[in-house]
Each structure stands twice: as C-alpha cells, then as structure tokens.
Design a protein around this ligand. Sequence first.
Ligand code: LCS
Length: 403
Amino acid sequence: MSSNSQQSNSHGNCKGFASRLVHAGNQKDPLGSVVTPIYQCSTFAFECAQQGANRFAGTEEGYIYTRIANPTTRALEDCVANLEEGCCAVATSSGMGAVATVLLALLGKDQHIVCTGSVYGATFGLIHKHLSRFGVSADFVDTTDLPGMEAVMRPSTKVVYVETPSNPTMQITDIRAVADLAHRHGALLVVDSTFGSPYLQRPLTLGADVVLHSVTKSINGHADVVGGIAVARDLALGKQLTDSMRHLGCNMDPHQAFLVHRGLKTLALRMQRAQESALVIAQWLEARPEVAWVRYPGLPSHPQHELAKTQMSGFGAMLSFEMRGGLEAGRRLMDTVQLATLAVSLGGVETLIEHPASMTHAGIPADERQKSGITDGLVRYSVGIEDAQDLINDLAQAFTKLD
Ligand code: LCS
C-alpha cells in the first residue's frame, strides 16, 4: 500500500495541482534518474532471513514481492493519493480490478449495496451477476433522487456506489449530499470518478470514503494501457483495500505503472484542451437540427449544470447525444465520421465515438438501461486533443451523409 504521508520526494511541499502532477510520488533515485525507473522484477532479495521475516511481519519497511508492492507502482499510487487528497492508494491491473478490490473489501454475505443506475456495464455485471452469488443484494437507483435513495437504504446497506459523471448519461450526483446520506445510514460512499479525473473533482474532499478510477482513461490518457486505482480516505480503509487486492491478485504491473505515471503528468494540459473543445462541440451539436438532445455538464440545458459548477472545476471531455433519426441515424453517423475513431474506451488524446446500448452497456438488461437514461439512440463522444474545428468539420461531413 502506498501512503501519502510516507512520501519522501524533494518536491513534497508542492501545493499547485499541476506541480503535484509532475512531482508527487517521485522518490529520490540513488543514480539520479529524474523519473522513477521501472523495477521490472517479481521479487526482492532480503539481506538475511530476519529481514525477510520482519518485512512479512510489517516491522520493517521494504519490498517483498511485486503482487504485494513494487517501487514503480508505489510512485504512481503516491502521486494519485496526493492528487485525490487521500491517505493511500492501491493500483490494479484494470479499472474493473479496482472496482472488484473495493467491493470485495467492503461487502460481505447478506449485505446490501445501493448503486447508480446508469453505471458502467461491467460494474453492473460484477454486482448483479457475481456479488449476488455470494449473498450481496443490490438496488440500482437514480442517485440524483435523494428521497428515492433514502427509501432503498436498509440496515444491511454497507456501500453506496456512485459514478459521477455517469457513463454514458453524464448524470451528476451530489457527492456531498450522498456522502451525508450514506453515513447517516452507517454505509460508506465509494465514488467512481473516472469521467472527472482528479483534475476536475476530488470526491474525498466532499465526504466520500473511497474514490476509484479506470486509469485506462484520462489518467493515462494515451489509449495504450489498461489499469485502475482506488484511493482511501484513511489508513484503516487503505489497509482493507490493499489486503483485498493482494488476495485477489489484480496488482498493476511495474511497466504498466511507469506508462500510466508518464501519461498522468500531462493530465491538466490534456484535460484543459479537451474540455475546451468539448464545450464548443456540445454547443455546435445542440444547435444542429439533426440532433434531438445533447448531455454535457457545461451546457445550461444539462439538468445538473449548477451542481456541476459547484462540485467540479471544469466540465470534462465526455458528452453524449441522440440524433433525431434515433438509432439508425446514430449508426450512420458512427460509420461515416473520419477523424473520430469508432471504438470503446475514452479519455485519450484521440477522439472516440461509440454506441453504449450495443457496446459498453450491452450487458445491462434493456429495461434497466431505459430506466437509467441509456436510450438505444444515445451516442457517446469522447473528445481528444485534436483541433476542435477539425472535429466539428468531421461531424458536419458525417451529417451530410445521414440519408
Ligand atoms: N469505471 C468506468 C466509469 C468506466 O468507464 C470503466 C471502463 C471502468 C470503470 C472499468 O475500467 P477498465 O477495467 O476498462 O479499465 N469503461 C469503458 C468504456 O466506457 N468503454 O470501454 C471501457
């Protein structure tokens, strides 16, 4: 487990977010490397049998085995724990690894979870198909409806799980209010903040207990790594998460961690650029007669635009929209764009377009999808760092080929 308080880099006093992106987590290297090297090893030698025993007993600091901890991975964990203003972090082999690590750590037999209805498809599947086999029950609800949430809370509710902004409906949940609700009922609040990234929102500062990310997305930002991370508010929770990850065996590999840490350093620059373009594109789409509606938190038409302004420092790079011609028009659009790539995933430097109902969220039963706003015609668009005008020109040429 990484611990934010254990950082020993020479830039530990950096206050600004962009400075922390570059410096937090970096350990002073004995050979002077300015970035944390890749410790590509499965195991670490002990100087003597007593040292090995001490490390296992936890009475001596030091590395043992890469599934348990690795210096390259630790540097990334320390950096993200710092950015999230959390206590400690655990990096995982995928975003779903982080979701599984957290839910297996915090839930047990006959316990209950309340979860955002329009949650990422595989998170829904993990809870609905797998945790249910171990006696965990779930309610998938609209987490913007606080009285509705209050109504499903039970004495056995141990976790409230919120994805905000949600994938792909872009719904924004009031983290502060939901943290308060969860805590009043004796539950913990877990926030999947993948769409926001630590650049736009820091759920732990708003009362969440755990924040997690698919770092595959904006944290890495270059569509070349799959990974995840979970950050705990305090040491006790952090220990639970680390223990869960070590037993599940879904640790992040050191090479993966090196790439993610490298990508992370430019998060602020990438996000600033992508969200500037996202707003322009959302406004352009909203003015087009072919488009029925656009969901982007930066548009005044977004139902939680005011809330987004208070809980996020920007509106992000993700938007969804529906064509007036419904699913068929959406399909045609996806087949005719040329600059945007038709692919799942999001948050990278390249613009991606996809169809959640038949792709990322196909695993959610159709009635559940409809209930949570994932309509069959919804198209998801992840804005990259290309020129906004080129992206608009690309959409405009695709619009001319709709019939
Ligand atoms: N949480 C959110 C909000 C996600 O969007 C994803 C992946 C995950 C967790 C899981 O992360 P992974 O294991 O893939 O790193 N979302 C995807 C998507 O929308 N398209 O492809 C993957």
